[in-house]
Design a protein around this ligand. Structure first.
Ligand code: NZQ
Ligand code: ZN
Length: 393
């Protein structure tokens, strides 16, 4: 068991109608002016944005709005937000939306609170020493950004998608009303479920440096998300299933399922981020498409952990050897992805990269052959290219 720090400063307000409390939650932050940040229109169509604005008005809070954040959020929108916040004297950002909106809010927060170009942090040239305070009203259970320390931004110059993590960006509060996710298309719901599962699986599949209590939490979380994902295919308005998935979204990426482990592998995430940058795919679907190829490439490095996942989560009967059980688990996970309409190959994802594009993906993912990714197995640029190739389908 490794030493660990567990830091979750985000106040969670969970349940039906909780968005009505947003004005009060913002008021507690003692700010002068708020940026209300949102996406491409779902919160306008659902009436949520109106309700949030009414709640802010009721508390006499001044605000300006900026919509237009797209999935795989763009640096240009972040820069627009930074300019607007400076002009308007904004000192608090309220993100109303999913991971993309929250991540854009975090990046704007870094841009305001630190001097220089905000992309430097994502390009790993500098470290941020502050971030504007942020609150979130979540509309899709997926990325876990509402409680995580990360944000992921795509720079349109070269379409490079990069993450940056620091505790400064953790949300002050997160409003989690599962009913707000009823309007999601099934593809987004299921893509979100894959992402949630992957945040725990990235931490669970390790070199045996685990804690029993963390394993138990992780296994229960994974089983619950799988069950709920299936229920939501049948009935997208199943409140209990929406609630389980929403809480899992936050717990899966706030550090809880990594306590005592070696910090997580994250290779599947790094591989997917390049797909998101180049082909603009939904993050969870991209993870599903690449995971099987990654798993088959590395499982022999820690077959016990893959076998444990197979038995405890996927209900696979133990086979003659640990490796056989591990392989059966990988197949069972892919069967599950298919059962919820998620891709298990790049072709099914709708992406058919040429050999040249695969080399470009691997080159970007390895930062021009200057880094390896992954802990289960350290992956070189050549390994990455092989995994992308094997994932083509
Ligand atoms: O923009 P709108 O119109 O709101 O539409 C969104 C978007 O098209 C739609 N949507 C959201 N809530 C809805 C809704 N449609 C109908 N009803 C609702 N209630 O769903 C689409 C996807 O939204 P997005 O915010 O992009 O989804 P998600 O939460 O999956 O975020 C994905 C982004 O988060 C990053 C991903 O890489 C990706 O860029 N990640 C962020 C992490 C973090 N900050 O900790 C960790 C993750 O691993 C991930 O990398
Ligand atoms: Zn993710």
């Amino acid at each position: 068991m490794h030493n660990f720090e567990y830091y979750t400063p985000t106040k969670v307000v969970f349940g039906k109608n909780t968005e009505a409390e947003t004005g009060k939650l913002v008021k507690e932050q003692n700010c002068r002016k708020v940026l209300v940040h949102y996406g491409s229109g779902s919160v306008v169509r659902s009436g949520l944005l109106d309700r949030i604005c009414r709640s802010l008005n009721a508390e006499g809070i001044q605000y300006v709005s900026l919509g237009g954040v797209v999935p795989n959020p763009r640096l240009s929108k972040v820069r627009e937000g930074i300019l607007l916040c400076r002009q308007e004297g904004v000192d608090f950002i309220l993100a109303v939306g999913g991971g993309s909106v929250i991540d854009s809010a975090k990046a704007i927060g870094y841009g305001i609170a630190n001097e220089g170009d905000v992309w430097d942090f994502y390009a790993r040239k500098r470290t941020a020493y502050a971030c504007l305070p942020i609150g979130a009203v979540l509309t899709i259970a997926a990325a876990g950004s509402e409680m995580s320390n990360s944000s992921v931004i795509t720079n349109e110059e070269g379409f490079i998608k990069r993450g940056y993590s620091s505790n400064y960006s953790r949300c002050r509060f997160a409003v989690l009303n599962p009913e707000l996710t009823y309007t999601l298309p099934d593809y987004q719901t299921q893509s979100g479920c894959v992402d949630i599962m992957m945040h725990t699986m990235e931490r669970y599949l390790n070199h045996g440096t685990n804690m029993e209590i963390t394993d138990g939490i992780s296994e229960a979380l994974l089983r619950t998300v799988m069950k709920s994902a299936r229920l939501l295919r049948e009935n997208p308005k199943n409140y209990e299933a929406r609630a389980e998935v929403m809480w899992a979204s936050s717990l899966s990426h706030n550090g809880l399922t990594g306590c005592g482990t070696d910090g997580g592998d994250w290779a599947s995430h790094q591989l997917e981020h390049e797909l998101g940058g180049m082909f603009d795919v939904a993050h969870g679907a991209g993870l599903a498409a690449v995971w099987g190829s990654w798993a088959r490439y590395v499982y022999k490095e820690c077959p016990d952990r893959f076998a444990k996942l197979a038995v405890k989560v996927l209900m696979v009967q133990e086979k003659g050897s640990v490796e056989e059980t591990a392989l059966a688990g990988i197949e069972a996970m892919e069967d599950f992805y298919r059962s919820i309409g998620m891709p298990t190959t790049l072709r099914e994802l709708g992406v058919e990269p040429t050999d040249e594009q695969i080399l470009e993906l691997a080159d970007k993912c390895s930062f021009g052959n200057t880094r390896t990714i992954g802990i289960v197995k350290k992956l070189s640029r050549e390994d990455m290219a092989r995994i992308y190739r094997n994932a083509k389908g």
